[in-house]
Design a protein around this ligand. Structure first.
Ligand code: NAD
Length: 482
């Protein structure tokens, strides 16, 4: 069985922990690889190595455009090995191959985008008075920690690592215990290209290894992507050392469908927004808010569509793969059993056994209707292919429902009336709003992040470079010649 090593200070090492953690293919239930958790001493070694690499003359002498070229080289490498990396992601997460391929391409684009940006991160000058040149300089923050969830391991690692290396930091990635494979592939590439300590990969159980990283006194920034409760722990840990955090957390995002929506596109958008990656997407469109008098016709089409969706192993590349692991499978199927008993499930709600893949974690794409807007099914992130329907009769009611959860990550608005759409967009509390589409083809360039408990800060786009830079003001007085 393959043991996934960590990359610490340029060396491939196993975690010091006794126990082995299985990395399971959710489509088959088979163990793909194993890993061990890092000890506190190993995390400390990684932070020391990162600090020393960051402060080294060798790293300072790498020019900004050279850092950029290196990232662009990685983008080329990823594209050349796209099929191999897609298979790794497909087996690790269980997602259909087409979705894994899209993730691999997105990762390549992040490295390309931030690689291109590396020598365009410009500061500023501010007019003060004659004889003073005032420069605002953006410097790398130093040692950046990147804690990654299991749902989009490659994309999420790529987006913050690319921005952090482009700006000249030393990065330490902690991959999710379930899905280390593509980060390991990335580590293998970086190992031969960067000075030791500039890219390091730590593995292990989040609740054990995570705090070793987040409470470490010598880190300079944490980018955490994951659930709200863990995000709170990360923020508390970071507070001990006044370390800034970028938090990309969960969501319960609405698709708001008005009666005058372009119905074909809306239908397609609503379905894709909840079944992509089996609903295990932070920005999943988990709530359908539909105008009362359009409901019957739209929901009839939606149910029909859900019932034709094919569920199967990632490699079969059907519409929807399995859930990630047994824990998620038991949690969500139990929840759906209760919802069924209460009469809320209008389609789906059952687990599925697929011949030849009996140990995979498959459930039916599910629609829930008739729940109160304050019920758990309408408020809490389920992180599965479960769509909850709520209805509205006025624009204000739609806005109130859209904003009526603790989250604020994404919102979709479907209406041909652009007055309505723009008005709703201006009132919805969400970091990204899509009008008559949902996701806009991935949006490497678009700032992404949450209002309310969906997070702090923004990733993606040019703005994310600010997460990884410190701002320094330098005022220089110069003498006027006699
Ligand atoms: P999680 O919070 O359980 O774990 C995320 C990461 O944190 C993992 O690497 C885990 O090992 C680590 N971790 C666990 N406990 C920790 C601790 N005490 N200290 C530090 N690190 C710790 O989340 P998950 O189940 O892996 O991912 C699903 C969640 O992530 C969902 O809520 C989803 O919405 C969210 N998510 C958000 C985004 C976004 O960009 N907003 C993207 C993807 C996923």
């Amino acid at each position: 069985m393959q043991l996934i090593p960590m990359l610490i200070n340029g060396k491939w090492v196993q975690g010091d922990s006794q126990g082995l953690i299985d990395v399971v293919n959710p489509s088959t239930g088979q163990v793909l690889a194993q890993l061990k958790s890092a000890s506190e001493a190993q995390v400390d070694e990684a932070v020391r190595a990162a600090r020393s690499a960051f402060e080294s003359a060798q790293w300072r002498q790498v020019k900004a455009f050279e850092r950029g070229q290196l990232l662009i080289e990685l983008a080329h490498y990823i594209r050349m090995h796209a099929e191999e990396w897609s298979l790794l992601e497909c087996r690790d997460v269980g997602k259909p191959l087409t979705q894994a391929r899209a993730d691999v391409e997105a990762a390549a684009r992040y490295f390309e985008f931030y690689g291109g940006a590396a020598d365009k991160i410009m500061g500023d000058t501010i007019p003060i008075e004659d004889g003073i040149l005032n420069a605002v300089v953006l410097e790398p923050v130093g040692v950046t920690v990147h804690i990654v969830p299991w749902n989009y391991p490659l994309q999420i690692t790529a987006r913050s690592v690319a921005a952090a290396i482009a700006t000249g930091n030393a990065v330490i990635v902690k991959s999710a215990e379930d899905t280390p494979l593509t980060t390991h592939a990335m580590a293998k590439w970086f190992a031969g290209k960067l000075p030791s300590g500039i890219f390091q990969h730590i593995t292990g159980l989040g609740r054990e290894v995570g705090p070793y990283l987040t409470t470490h006194p010598d880190i300079d920034h944490i980018t955490f992507t994951g659930s709200v409760p863990t995000g709170m722990d990360v923020m508390k840990a970071a507070a001990q050392n006044i370390v800034p955090v970028t938090l990309e957390l969960g969501g319960k995002s609405p698709n708001i469908v008005f009666a005058d929506a372009p119905m074909e596109q809306a239908l397609e958008g609503v379905v894709r927004a909840i079944i992509q990656n089996a609903g295990q997407t932070c920005s999943a469109g988990a709530r359908l808010l539909i105008e009362e008098h359009a409901k019957e016709a739209f929901v009839a089409l939606l149910v029909k569509k859900f019932q034709t969706l094919k569920v199967g192993p990632g490699e079969a590349d059907v519409d929807m793969g399995p859930l990630l692991n047994e824990r998620q499978y038991v949690k969500i199927s139990t929840l759906l059993q209760q919802a069924k008993k209460q009469g809320f499930v209008i389609t789906g709600g059952e687990t599925i056994t697929i011949k030849g893949y009996e140990k995979g974690y498959y459930i039916q794409p599910t629609i829930v209707d008739g729940v109160d807007a304050n019920a758990a099914l309408a408020q809490e992130e389920i992180f599965g292919p479960v769509l909850t329907i709520l209805t509205f009769t006025t624009i204000e009611e739609a806005i109130e429902l859209a904003n009526g959860t603790d989250y604020g990550l994404v919102a979709g608005i479907w209406s041909k009336n652009l007055d309505t759409a723009h008005y709703v967009a201006s009132r919805v509390k969400a970091g990204q709003v899509f009008i008559n589409n949902y996701g806009a083809a991935g949006g490497i360039q678009m700032p992404f992040g949450g209002y309310k408990k969906s997070g702090i800060g923004r990733e993606k786009g040019f703005v994310a470079l600010r997460n990884y830079t410190q701002m320094k003001n330098i005022a220089i007085r110069y003498a006027t010649p006699e």
